[in-house]
Ligand binder design. Structure first.
Ligand SMILES: *Cc1c(COP(=O)(O)O)cnc(C)c1O
Length: 440
């Protein structure tokens, strides 16, 4: 069975963010099912889902409550359109999200990926100022953070700043001003000079995930909000990765008492079950789009599966689980345990730095020859020991489901530490693969 899958895969599939030549040289792991916070392959081997199936799983796989909600929804309808029609799940979920989100975010626009959630916020911000008219029509550019990641569609790539992912598409992208995360002074200067041309500032609040789990200095987000308010520029908070408990609170913005003008949600929205995303906006933004039909102030945007009822049912059930299982409360001691375990990892000679916040952690192995693929080697060693992790370059990411037990969390960190030791030793028997500590 697994061989048949591997064979068909190698003949016909093209994987995301993957050099297919390397991929086809290796036997793939064929995941057959999940159980709680573990994945089970076709041979029956079990692995801790150490990166939450790419940062999205929250309560574990096959959670009985979410599964049941999906079955019930299936007995009614799998999909109907939001263009010209509505349905109970979409409406109820919108109300629940507005209630949970920072104050002022009163409108919910659905899509199906984090990238589209960001794309929508960018287009809404742009179109809002165009419709305000006059001088505001000059507000056609954006400010974003160096090394930011907001998804892979062209708008979200334009405001992204990771050269490895984005460099190739330069000629297709729109320009934007970039500010180093943490440098509020530079943001202030940029806004003093250019605010009349800027539609919005976009940030990943508290932690830049794909940049390698880079943590911002405390107070930075608050300063960003203060500056965007002072210059009357919109703030877009991309909480696609940080949302739904990742950093210890439902949304990262809460930790600095920030209410953005736009909030982008994805990944954990459905508990990591289904592709559903949401862009929340303020009433001010929403009202900027109201008018007579023939004014054409409509937001001309929408995807076929926008607000998919199965996705909404999963998201509603996931929010129920947050309440019933007191997920955020029970997360706090686990966050402390993870921080404690990672202090030991940070002391390993093979490790240059450990960064993180809550249940987002990056173990940086330092600068190495990229052809060594050290981060990748660690993930291979971790598989042999029973955990699935995925690196960002030579930073090993740990992003377990919030529901993981303390015992499994410990096991995950032990596996990863042993895998780092094994991979580093194998890459350099003489010990030369020791990291050069990073300059800054
Ligand atoms: C993953 C991610 C996205 C993109 O989400 P997709 O669902 O993969 O399109 C956008 N922003 C951030 C911060 C992310 O981590």
């Amino acid at each position: 069975m697994a061989e048949a899958t591997a064979d068909l895969d190698h003949r016909h599939l093209w994987h995301p963010f993957t050099q297919q030549r390397d991929w086809c040289d290796a036997e793939p792991i064929v995941i057959e099912r999940g159980e709680g916070t573990e994945l089970v392959d076709a041979e029956g081997r079990r692995y801790i889902d150490g990166v939450s199936s790419l940062w999205c799983n929250v309560h574990g796989h096959r959670h009985p409550l979410i599964d049941e909600a999906l079955r019930e929804q299936l007995d009614r309808i799998a999909h109907s359109t939001m263009l010209g029609l509505t349905h109970p799940g979409a409406a109820e979920l919108a109300a629940r999200l507005v209630e949970l989100a920072p104050p002022g975010l009163s409108r919910v626009f659905y899509s199906e990926s984090g990238s589209t959630a960001v794309e929508i916020a960018l287009k809404m911000a742009f179109q809002y100022w165009q419709q305000r008219g006059g001088q505001h029509r000059r507000r056609t550019s954006f400010v974003s953070l160096t090394d930011g990641y907001h998804g892979d569609t062209l708008g979200s790539v334009s405001v992204g700043g990771i050269d490895l992912f984005h460099g190739a598409y330069g000629p297709l992208l729109f320009d934007c001003h970039r500010v180093e995360a943490g440098d509020a002074e530079r943001l202030e200067r940029v806004l003093e000079l250019y605010s009349e041309e800027v539609a919005a500032v976009i940030v990943e609040p508290l932690v830049q995930g794909a940049a390698g789990i880079r943590v911002q200095p405390p107070g930075f987000l608050r300063q960003v909000r203060r500056l965007t308010e002072a210059h009357d520029v919109f703030l877009i908070a991309d909480e696609v990765a940080t949302g739904f408990g990742r950093t210890g609170t439902m949304f990262a913005c809460e930790q600095e008492r920030v209410a953005p003008d736009f909030l982008c949600l994805g990944k954990g929205l459905t508990g990591g079950y289904l592709p559903l995303a949401a862009t929340l906006a303020t009433e001010r933004v929403y009202e900027g789009f109201l008018g007579a039909h023939e004014d054409y102030r409509t937001f001309f945007h929408g995807h076929t599966f926008t607000g998919n009822p199965l996705g909404c049912a999963a998201a509603l059930a996931s929010l129920d689980v947050f309440r019933l299982e007191q997920t955020l409360l029970r997360l706090q001691p686990k966050m402390r345990l993870l921080a404690e375990l990672l202090r030991e990892v940070a002391a390993m000679p093979e490790v240059a730095e450990v960064r993180g916040r809550g249940f987002m952690a990056g173990i940086d192995l330092g600068e190495h020859d990229p052809s060594l693929r050290l981060g990748h080697r660690v993930t291979i060693k971790a598989r042999e020991r029973g955990a699935i992790v995925r690196p960002l370059g030579d930073t090993v990411v740990l992003m377990p489901p919030l529901a993981i037990t303390k015992a499994d969390l410990r096991r995950l960190v032990v596996i990863v530490a042993a895998s780092i030791r094994a991979a580093t030793a194998a890459a350099s028997p003489s010990g030369e693969a020791q990291p050069l500590p990073r300059a800054a």
